[in-house]
Write a protein that binds this ligand. Structure first.
Ligand code: BTN
Length: 249
C-alpha cells in the first residue's frame, strides 16, 4: 500500500540511488526521497542529470508494484501523467509528454523521469526518479536551447513544496488507478490523451543498434510505442530515443 512519507536531504549523490538503498533496507512503498542538490544525478540511457542546488525538484519514490513484471514499463507512463497533473494544478502549466516520459513545453524539455528496478529482501521494487527544472539560471549553454523550466514557461518560480506535495498525491492516485481493475487500458488511454506523440507524429527512433523513421500509431498494452515505417510495417519500440521530425506530405 502506498503511504506517502517524505524524507528531505540537503545533498545526495542521486535520490534514485538513495531510494534504492532504502528499498533494500526494507523501506515501504510511498517513501519519497527529496534532495536540494544531487552530486551524481542520473538520466535515462546512462546520461547525467545536472542537479544544482534548488534549481530543480529532485525526488525518487519507492514502489512495490503488484503488477506482472511485463507491465512495469507502464509505471513510467503514469509517472509522466502525475507530473503533468501536478504542474497543471499548482503552476497552471499544460505540458506535453514525449514518449515514454519526457515532459515538454513548447518543444523544450522541462522534466525527466528515470524508473529503475531493484531487487530487495521483500521482492523487486521500482524506484521512480523525477527531476523538474524549476529555474533556468544554472543551465549550461548547450542545454539552454533544448531545455526549459517552470520559471521560463510561466514567468515565476514555483513553490517547490506545493509542487512536491501535489506530485506525490498525483503519483499515488495514478499508481493506484494503474493497479485497479481496467487500470492498464485506462493508463494507456490517458497517456495518449495527454501526449501529442501518441498518434500521427513523424519521429526518428534511435536505439543502440539502429535508427529509423516513421509515424506514431499509439501504444501497445505494455506502453511500448507503435511506429509505422514507410513500408507500412508496425515496429514496436521499447527502449529508444524519439525525436520529432517535421511532417512531410
Ligand atoms: C531523463 O533522462 O530524462 C531522466 C532524468 C531523471 C532525473 C531524476 S532527478 C531525481 C532522480 N535522481 C536521479 O539521479 N535521477 C532522477
Amino acid at each position: 500500500m502506498f503511504t506517502p512519507t517524505i524524507l528531505r536531504i540537503d545533498s545526495v549523490d542521486s535520490t534514485n540511488l538513495e531510494a534504492a538503498r532504502q528499498a533494500k533496507a526494507g523501506a515501504a512503498e510511498g517513501l519519497c526521497i527529496v534532495a536540494r542538490e544531487q552530486t551524481a544525478g542520473r538520466g535515462r540511457l546512462d546520461r547525467r542529470w545536472l542537479s544544482p542546488k534548488d534549481a530543480g525538484l529532485y525526488l525518487s519514490i519507492v514502489l512495490r508494484p503488484q503488477l506482472e513484471l511485463s507491465d512495469w514499463p507502464l509505471i513510467s507512463l503514469v509517472a509522466a501523467l502525475a507530473v503533468s497533473d501536478a504542474l497543471l494544478q499548482t503552476c497552471d502549466l499544460k505540458v506535453d509528454i514525449k514518449w515514454p516520459n519526457d515532459i515538454y513545453v513548447s518543444e523544450r524539455k522541462l522534466a525527466g523521469i528515470l524508473v529503475e528496478t531493484v531487487e530487495t529482501g521483500n521482492g523487486p521494487a521500482a524506484i521512480v526518479g523525477i527531476g523538474i527544472n524549476l529555474t533556468n539560471q544554472d543551465f549550461p549553454l548547450e542545454m539552454s536551447v533544448s531545455a526549459t523550466s517552470v520559471e521560463a514557461a510561466t514567468g515565476s518560480v514555483p513553490d517547490a513544496n506545493l509542487l512536491l506535495q501535489a506530485l506525490v498525491k498525483a503519483m499515488q492516485e495514478r499508481y493506484e488507478s494503474l493497479q485497479a481493475e481496467g487500470g492498464i487500458e485506462h493508463a494507456t488511454r490517458e497517456w495518449c490523451a495527454n501526449s501529442t506523440y501518441a498518434y500521427d507524429r513523424r519521429v526518428r527512433v534511435s536505439s543502440n543498434n539502429e535508427t529509423f523513421e516513421g509515424m506514431t500509431r499509439g501504444l501497445a498494452n505494455d506502453g511500448a510505442l507503435r511506429v509505422e515505417t514507410h513500408d507500412g510495417r508496425i515496429r514496436v519500440v521499447r527502449a529508444a530515443d524519439i525525436t520529432a521530425l517535421r511532417a512531410t506530405r
